[in-house]
Ligand binder design. Structure first.
Ligand code: CP
Length: 303
């Protein structure tokens, strides 16, 4: 039995395999339509979600399985003080696999140590979001046809942005990748992520100025400044509109740039960008469902 807490729990070969399976699901969905008959997914979401929870649920339904779960902590016995460990011991009696989102970093890891079924981290605080990265990888592969030799710009809240942390961990395993990190001083990427890059000898630069680096980028991964991660409302208000992508700012960008965002967005990408053929954020949404299908098939060893 295997759980996924971090994108590094999957080898490069396994990431390639998941991309391949997802492409096959897209090509022939009927072949997969009954693969999970008799299986149940539990979605345990202690923090709000639209895409991750509903794409996990759609993924299980499209594989012929069933879904149980809750979408807020207050509708579970966590509201009465039940621990994560006891919650997943309980859910393991009812479901074959668990997808968990939690505001506390490491909660899905604790869950995986106590569950008797696989646990997938569906986002833990400001730490990691491995299945968003699976969606991102399929999008990059479908748009660029490769993971190697790309300049990856990440912009916005790089401190609390769990999707960025997981994406950097994933992309740093491919040759020729270079990272350009654009953020306010207060929202720079955590030192453990930089350490990860240093260990792998991966080049990166840090700047506060998006426009100055725009011409270099093959990928621009925008992120939201997350109100829910701030202790101080004044800091959030000061930083929330640090970067707002509007069409004029793309004038120096490559013609084949891909613009990504894990969503939800607030102000950081103007809706005027949505019709730009380089905008890929709604493609990420759909690709997330296919990669979550592929991941659940793998963890439950369904051929
Ligand atoms: N990208 C993402 O995690 O979106 P949700 O918060 O809506 O699940």
């Amino acid at each position: 039995m295997r759980s996924i807490n971090s994108i590094t729990d999957l080898s490069v070969e396994e990431l390639d395999e998941l991309v391949h399976v997802a492409e096959d699901i897209i090509a022939r969905p009927q072949y997969y339509a009954h693969k999970m008959e008799g299986k149940k997914l539990a979605t345990l979401f202690f923090e709000p979600s639209t895409r991750t929870r509903l794409s996990f649920e759609a993924a299980m339904y499209e594989l012929g399985g069933h879904v149980i779960g809750f979408s807020e902590a207050n509708s579970s016995s966590a509201a009465k003080g039940e621990s994560v460990a006891d919650t997943v011991r309980t859910i393991s009696c009812y479901a074959d696999i668990i997808a968990m989102r939690h505001p506390k970093e490491g909660a899905p890891l604790v869950a995986s140590m106590n569950a008797t079924v696989p646990v997938i981290n569906a986002g833990d605080g400001g730490h990691n979001h491995p299945t968003q990265t699976l969606a991102d990888l399929l999008t990059i592969h479908r748009e660029r046809g490769r993971f190697e030799n790309l300049v990856v710009g990440v912009c916005g809240d790089l401190k609390f942005g769990r999707t960025v942390h997981s994406l950097i961990e994933a992309m740093s395993r491919y040759e020729g990748v270079r990272f350009v990190m654009v953020s306010p001083e207060e929202l720079k990427v955590p030192s453990y992520v930089k350490q990860h890059l240093k260990v792998r000898n991966m080049p990166y630069t840090q700047t506060t100025d998006l426009l100055s680096v725009m011409p270099e980028l093959d990928i621009l991964y925008m992120t939201r400044v997350q109100k829910e991660r701030f202790f101080n409302e004044d800091d959030y208000v000061r930083l929330k509109d640090s970067y707002i992508l509007v069409p004029e700012k793309l004038e120096t960008a490559k013609k084949d740039l891909i613009i990504m965002h894990p969503l939800p967005r607030v102000n950081e990408i103007s809706v005027a960008i949505d019709t730009d053929p380089r905008a890929c954020y709604f493609k990420q949404v759909l690709n997330g469902k296919y990669m979550r299908m592929a991941l659940m098939l793998k963890l439950l060893e369904v051929a």
